[in-house]
Ligand binder design. Structure first.
Ligand code: ZN
Length: 225
C-alpha cells in the first residue's frame, strides 16, 4: 500500500514539475533569440521609438513623466491605463478638444500598460483560450507599443470604435495634425504584424505624422527598419 502511495506522489511531483516548466517557458517567450531589445535613452525621440515583435522593450522600461491627461475616459479603464507618457499629454488633449468642437466625442480607453500587466493579460488569456489563440490576440510582454506610453486606444460612447463610425473616420482624417498616426492601418499587417486597429493612435510628432499620413505608410516604413 505504502509503495503505491509513494509511486502516486512521485507521479504527481513529476507531472507538476513538467507542467510548471512548460508554463514558465510560455511566460518567457517574450524574448526570442531573434528579438532585438531596444536601448532607449533619454535622447530617443518619440518618432524613433519602434516597438514591435522584433524590437522589444526591456522588462524595466518605463516612459518618463507618466501622466493622466485631462480627457474623458470610458468606464472601467484601470488607473494604470489612464496614464500616458508626459510628452503626448498636451497633443492628446488638443486632439480630443478639437474633435469635441466638431461634434465628435472621443474617450480614452487604454494608454500605458506596463510589462508586468501585459504579462498578466497574456497569462490570463492563455488560461482562458489556450496558448495559440492568446498569442494571436495579445502582444508578448515587451513587444506591445503600449509600454512606451506614446500610444492610446480611443473609443466612443458605444464602445464600438470600428472603421466607418464617425469617430473612427474623424480620427483617421485628423490625428496627424496633432502628431499622431493610425499605427496599424488596414492592409499593412504584413509590415506591422498587427491587424487594422482604427482606435490605436501613436504619437510620433507633427512632422513625421504628416509625412506618414501623406504617403500612406507605416512607422516601420518611415524608419526603414
Ligand atoms: Zn492599442
Amino acid at each position: 500500500m505504502k509503495k503505491i502511495l509513494k509511486k502516486f506522489i512521485l507521479i504527481i511531483m513529476i507531472s507538476w514539475t513538467f507542467c510548471y516548466s512548460v508554463s514558465c517557458t510560455s511566460l518567457n517567450e517574450g524574448a526570442n533569440l531573434n528579438d532585438k531589445e531596444i536601448q532607449v535613452s533619454g535622447n530617443t525621440s518619440p518618432e524613433q521609438l519602434l516597438v514591435n515583435e522584433k524590437n522589444v522593450l526591456s522588462k524595466d522600461y518605463e516612459p518618463s513623466n507618466l501622466t493622466i491627461p485631462n480627457i474623458e475616459f470610458a468606464d472601467g479603464v484601470s488607473p494604470e491605463e489612464k496614464h500616458i507618457a508626459g510628452v503626448i499629454a498636451k497633443p492628446l488633449e488638443e486632439l480630443v478638444r478639437k474633435a469635441k468642437d466638431e461634434g465628435i466625442i472621443l474617450l480614452g480607453n487604454s494608454g500605458y500598460r506596463s510589462y508586468k500587466s501585459q504579462e498578466k493579460t497574456l497569462n490570463n488569456r492563455v488560461k482562458e483560450e489556450g496558448k495559440k489563440l492568446a498569442a494571436a490576440y495579445v502582444a508578448k510582454p515587451g513587444s506591445s507599443e503600449h509600454q512606451t506610453g506614446l500610444c492610446i486606444d480611443m473609443t466612443n460612447k458605444d464602445k464600438y470604435f470600428v472603421s466607418g463610425t464617425k469617430e473612427a473616420k474623424w480620427l483617421a482624417k485628423n490625428c496627424y495634425k496633432f502628431g499622431f498616426i493610425i499605427r496599424y492601418p488596414a492592409g499593412k499587417k504584413n509590415i506591422t504584424g498587427i491587424e487594422y486597429e482604427p482606435w490605436h493612435i501613436r504619437y510620433v510628432g507633427k512632422t513625421a505624422a504628416k509625412y506618414i499620413y501623406d504617403k500612406r505608410i507605416t512607422l516601420e516604413e518611415y524608419l526603414k527598419k
